[in-house]
Design a protein around this ligand. Structure first.
Ligand code: MIC
Ligand code: SF4
Length: 661
């Protein structure tokens, strides 16, 4: 049987296990990326691993998330990242160079390679034919140190594209359509591979928009083949020699196939507060809009911004709204400047923001109360914009521009008739403007580099071995689709990413601000904290702080209906036990504050019993729980997390590690 693209790249990188869906495999990682909100923790952890140089083909440290720099913390962190990169052999992309995923596609991504990034949108790299996976910082630190990455061998969903996008319909509408079909739940363990005759009609940046927002599906990653279009893009970036062809064999098979006819697609929108709450833009026509934001790693390419510029050219944005534009990279910004796009945008009345994450992570441009904010980014989670009462609507750049002119929701296909705008049809240029001046190579003499650490940088706390029994409380009970933005808010709190004790004060800030003090009080009394959750717990960001800070507060287990992939791996890395109700309805049998006891939990994991009984002492009932942990994961939790394994078991394989009760 022939192989699909996913199987080909994984096979090339397999170091342990077999490509049998569900079985744990380990793959070699060729490239890594970190960004400044997750990178400081990853780097601090790497320093504890005692390795003197990164072992990958290339590792990038990007500065793009924490560029707001209110107070010294962010700038101190950036200095740390720069000195760390110089010493340990990473390339540093300075603030001002752009958003990690956009820059990585432009300058560093290579077809057929593997990329592990401490950011959930790392799958953007799938647009150029890589297997690019988001992970917690600790997993990325381990990959930098030359260790393989563990994951369950995936099932592959083939997404067959036919037809061709019509004017004013774009890549964002494709992925919103996919989200409306597959939703944000239930896709753990899958990889999405795009194939079919429609693929060749999409440029690399368009493919990258689709693989980027595949993160919202909860799949491990998404990938396009590497074809003539990929080659042309790499040539235009002066990297033609890095092209290799990777296509699915004609008889390749997929575990499931869905088909999308690009010709039939229409402009789509994800409504508050979930990226899968999708409808057509037509459906919302006339809804008044207060803010329009164009940018983020999903839609900030040259084509995206030039398209918006051409639609707005010679016109003005509606006076009742604010329009923000944040280009994806310095390359994009310089090109739209040279070609007059920036001037058209400024004339139209946009506010130009830095080429960084900015509004997308709630770092500035919080909308007014109850605002309707139309954005081209990928997440519209509750509270993420910085204004909990605002509703965020996710759209394409074409729809964003149309709404900006109309002051209300408007289908961009009506632009010719309503505003006399012709479809700009911007193509990928034959030659991009290449300027890597803000990429700093590693030091030639690493010994001479002194690592800088400001007072906001605190060493990550270590984990404790799993106790014999978990004797605790349902310290918090939450519902379905709790994102890592709920657990560990970013925005204004971003500056504490390198300071776990301080950042831990904001765990569940928008859900229940009393949680951290209650959890700490329990911890001091020796009562273990348990988080009780519904479906799809830990969606969204890769931020390992959503496990690390709860660990610091004394959380020993999360009991949920389902847990999303990256967050589950982060829980294991920090020694928190991920558990599931055997009967999902048992979720209703626990209330916040109930006394919960899991007797002999250590023994159950050592013996790998598969089922664990949790006693709800308050209600006087037993609740059967399950887990799905590999031997590696069970031993990691028993020992107190991945750092504890590295410190106490160095050089041993997991098979050799012996655990005592
Ligand atoms: C996000 O989009 O939520 C982030 C901010 O990029 C995160 C990483 C982080 O929290 O630092 C992600 O997607 O992983
Ligand atoms: Fe940055 Fe937003 Fe992309 Fe996350 S999703 S990397 S915050 S632009």
């Amino acid at each position: 049987m022939g192989l699909n693209v996913v199987q080909k790249i994984l096979k090339d990188h397999l170091v342990e296990g077999e490509l049998v869906p569900g079985q744990e495999i380990a793959i070699k990682i060729d490239q890594t990326l970190t960004q400044d909100a997750t990178g400081t923790m990853a780097d601090l952890q790497f320093e504890q691993m005692g390795v003197d140089r990164v072992k990958t083909e290339i590792s990038l440290s990007y500065i793009d998330h924490k560029t707001i720099q209110m107070g010294f913390e962010d700038a101190d962190d950036h200095r740390y990242l720069q000195t760390f990169a110089a010493k340990y052999g990473l390339y540093l992309s300075k603030a001002g160079n752009g958003i990690c995923h956009q820059v990585h596609i432009e300058r560093f991504g290579r077809p057929g390679k593997t990329l592990l990034g401490s950011d959930s949108h790392t799958p953007t790299g799938g647009g150029i034919g890589m297997i690019a996976i988001g992970a917690g910082g600790l997993d990325v630190a381990a990959a930098m140190a030359g260790m393989p990455f563990y994951l369950p061998a995936p099932k592959v969903v083939g997404i067959k594209l036919t037809g061709k996008l019509q004017p004013f319909v774009s890549a964002k509408d494709v992925i919103l359509k996919v989200l409306s079909i597959l939703t944000t739940k239930g896709n753990v363990g899958w990889i999405a591979e795009y194939f079919g005759p429609g693929v060749k009609t999409l440029s690399v940046p368009e493919r990258a928009t689709i693989t980027n927002m595949g993160a919202e599906l909860g799949v491990t990653t998404s990938v396009f083949p590497s074809d003539e279009t990929t080659k042309a893009f790499l040539e235009a970036q002066g990297r033609g020699d890095q092209w290799v062809e990777i296509k699915a064999d004609p008889d390749a098979e997929y575990d499931k196939v869905i088909e999308i006819n690009l010709s039939e697609l229409e402009p789509m929108v994800a409504q508050p507060h979930s990226p899968d709450n999708v409808t057509t833009v037509r459906e919302l026509a006339g809804l008044k809009v207060d803010q329009v934001c164009v940018g983020s790693c999903t839609n900030s390419s040259y084509k995206d911004l030039m398209t918006v510029a051409k639609i707005l050219e010679g016109r003005r944005v509606h006076p009742d709204l604010d329009m923000i534009v944040a280009p994806g990279s310095k390359q994009v910004l310089r090109m739209i400047t040279q070609e007059g796009g920036l001037d058209a945008l400024l004339h139209a009345g946009i506010r130009l923001m830095e080429n960084a994450c900015g509004f997308c992570i709630g770092a500035g441009q919080a909308p007014r109360n109850n605002a309707v904010s139309v954005r081209t980014n990928n997440r519209n989670f509750y509270g993420r914009s910085g204004t909990v009462t605002a509703g965020i609507y996710l759209v394409s750049p074409e729809t964003a521009a149309a709404c900006a002119l109309a002051g209300e929701f408007m289908d961009p296909r009506d632009l010719p008739e309503r505003f006399g705008v012709q479809y700009p049809d911007i193509q990928v240029p034959d030659k991009f403007l290449i300027d890597d001046g803000l990429v700093i190579p590693p030091a030639e003499d690493p010994d001479s580099v002194e690592i800088y650490k400001g007072p906001n940088i605190k060493d990550p706390p270590g984990g404790e071995p799993l106790p014999k029994d978990i004797v605790g409380e349902a310290t918090i009970k939450v519902g379905d689709k709790i994102t890592t933005d709920h657990i560990m808010p970013a925005g204004q709190r971003l500056k504490y990413r390198s300071n776990v004790p301080k950042y831990a004060e904001f765990v569940f800030e928008t859900t229940d601000p009393t949680f951290p003090s209650r959890a700490l009080e329990n911890k001091e009394k020796g009562i273990h904290n348990i988080i009780v959750a519904g479906d799809s717990y830990g969606q969204g960001s890769s931020r390992e702080h959503a496990a690390l800070c709860p660990m610091y507060l004394g959380v020993k287990a999360v009991v949920a209906k389902t847990i999303e992939r990256i967050h589950r791996a982060n829980l294991v890395n920090f020694g928190i036990l991920p558990l599931y109700y055997k009967n999902p309805d048992d979720y209703d049998k626990i209330d916040q504050g109930d006394k919960l006891v899991i007797k002999d939990v250590r023994k159950a994991l050592i013996e790998d019993r598969g089922e664990i009984i949790m006693r709800n002492e308050t209600k006087g009932i037993d609740i059967p729980l399950t887990y799905n942990l590999s031997e590696r994961e069970r031993k990691t939790i028993l020992l107190g997390g991945t750092m504890a394994v590295a410190k106490t078991q160095a050089g041993k394989s997991f098979k050799e590690i012996e655990i005592t009760e």
